[in-house]
Design a protein around this ligand. Structure first.
Ligand code: ZN
Length: 241
């Protein structure tokens, strides 16, 4: 694949309401995530936000998206079911999806996982150490054994997800909890990666390692078009007795 077409989707509500978040992300978290991805000349990056018509995810946008990244939190319920169904259909047809942080409770992630996606949480600005469990996995490229975020929200197990096909990253928090932080799935033809960090009141999306994981995940989740799959009644290849 020559160019990877990325759509960075952001709820873009906290940034308008909370001055602390606006100071960290003056143009929105989605623009910080997109700017980091634009450092790779192979990526063609656009952004979309929840309050745009069709949440910025029209049929045309999705048809021209190889990988979609998703950050949402306080307005999951306001995402229209028709758009969720449209995104899910595109994932099953091969679009990559990177679900970030509080996106664990998004309609699209819950629909694709089939579980509650619930977890423990605590907002105490504590240190997070993210261990690389699969150093040869493409999403771990360039990370070393682990990296740390000085302040993050804690997410703790149990995280109610199906067992990941590959668990690339595992978090430890100062308070003692652990969490499956980098989870790979396949649904239909599409690749899905859940990546835990990214609470809005911390500068997480300015962190070089976090940016590297997202870029690596985009490259991993992007797939060239594949042949149409044939379903339904089927003629035998050989003469039947
Ligand atoms: Zn959070």
């Amino acid at each position: 694949m020559e160019t990877i077409r990325v759509t960075v989707w952001g709820e873009f509500r906290h940034e308008k309401k909370n001055p602390q978040v606006a100071a960290l992300y003056p143009d929105g978290m989605h623009e910080t995530i997109a700017a980091a991805l634009r450092a790779d000349p192979r990526f063609s990056v656009r952004t979309a936000t929840q309050d745009a018509p069709e949440h910025g995810l029209s049929e045309a946008v999705l048809a021209n998206t190889d990988v979609l990244t998703w950050w949402g939190h306080i307005a999951h319920d306001e995402v229209e079911d028709a758009v969720v169904a449209r995104v899910q259909a595109r994932v099953l047809d091969g679009m990559g999806l990177i679900v970030l942080h509080s996106g664990h409770f998004s309609k699209i992630f819950k629909a694709l996982m089939g579980t509650t996606c619930n977890l423990k949480w605590r907002e105490a600005g504590e240190r997070e150490r993210i261990w690389v469990l699969e150093p040869s996995h493409p999403i771990a490229e360039g990370l070393g054994e682990y990296f740390e975020l000085p302040q993050e929200e804690m997410y703790g197990e149990r995280f109610d997800i199906p067992a990941p096909e590959t668990l690339v990253l595992m978090s430890w928090f100062k308070g003692g909890e652990v969490f499956r932080s980098g989870c790979c799935y396949t649904r239909g033809k599409g690749r899905i990666f859940y990546f835990r960090p990214g609470h809005e009141t911390y500068p997480t999306y300015h962190d070089a390692n976090v940016q590297r994981v997202i870029a690596n995940a985009v490259r991993w989740a992007a797939q060239p078009p594949s042949p149409k799959v044939i379903f339904g009644n089927y003629k035998p290849l050989e003469t039947l007795e």
